[in-house]
Design a protein around this ligand. Structure first.
Ligand code: MTE
Ligand code: MO
Length: 169
């Protein structure tokens, strides 16, 4: 009996940090997915330099577009059209929220990248920032860099129409 209780307690202790080590993803059509620390570590890795309050940090993680694609968010050829009005909402563990357009995270649209980072300056993010932090390359102010990211949703806008007639860029 006691052994069972110990095993149950140990399992609970192991489960608690594991729960915090993931980000919930939501897609525009009700899709949901979870990205764990291990998932993120296994994705294409990119580094972004960000200067905040005069301090320069090198963040490492995966492109937000690739993270959102796991919940079915349209990028590349699928993006022009109604998805241009899709909104991305990032929620942090402390209730902080950041919203932006899905296209802002599209590497074919902007050279500045948005990443979900799990490392800064070669080390796992400190508890204040991590385990996951949004880093928006090129932002002049760090306010959109949500720390302790818990959930990322792509949201469709009602009434959005299709793409403009064929045109050259
Ligand atoms: N989760 C969360 N992220 C956040 C904030 C916050 O209050 N909560 N503040 C933002 C603002 S306004 C700034 S300036 C930076 C500050 O980050 P720093 O303390 O690492 O400089 O975090 C941004 N990200
Ligand atoms: Mo800020």
């Amino acid at each position: 009996m006691r052994v069972h209780l110990l095993v149950a307690a140990a399992a609970l202790l192991l489960a608690v940090p594991a729960l915090a080590q993931s980000v919930a993803l939501k897609g525009t059509d009700g899709q949901s997915a979870t990205i764990t620390a291990a998932d993120l570590a296994g994705m294409n890795r990119v580094t972004v330099i960000f200067d905040a309050h005069g301090k320069r940090h090198e963040y490492e993680g995966a492109l937000l577009s690739e993270v959102l694609a796991k919940a079915g968010a349209p990028f590349g050829q699928a993006l022009p059209g109604p998805a241009l009005s899709n909104v991305v909402l990032v929620k942090a563990a402390d209730g902080y929220q950041v919203a932006f357009g899905l296209t802002e995270a599209d590497p074919a649209t902007r050279p500045n990248r948005m990443i979900l980072a799990d490392k800064a300056d070669g080390k796992a993010l400190a508890d204040k920032d991590g385990p996951f932090k949004l880093v928006v390359e090129g932002d002049l102010c760090p306010a959109r860099g949500a720390r302790r990211v818990a959930e990322i949703s792509a949201i469709a806008r009602a009434g959005a129409k299709g793409a403009a007639p064929a045109h050259k860029h």
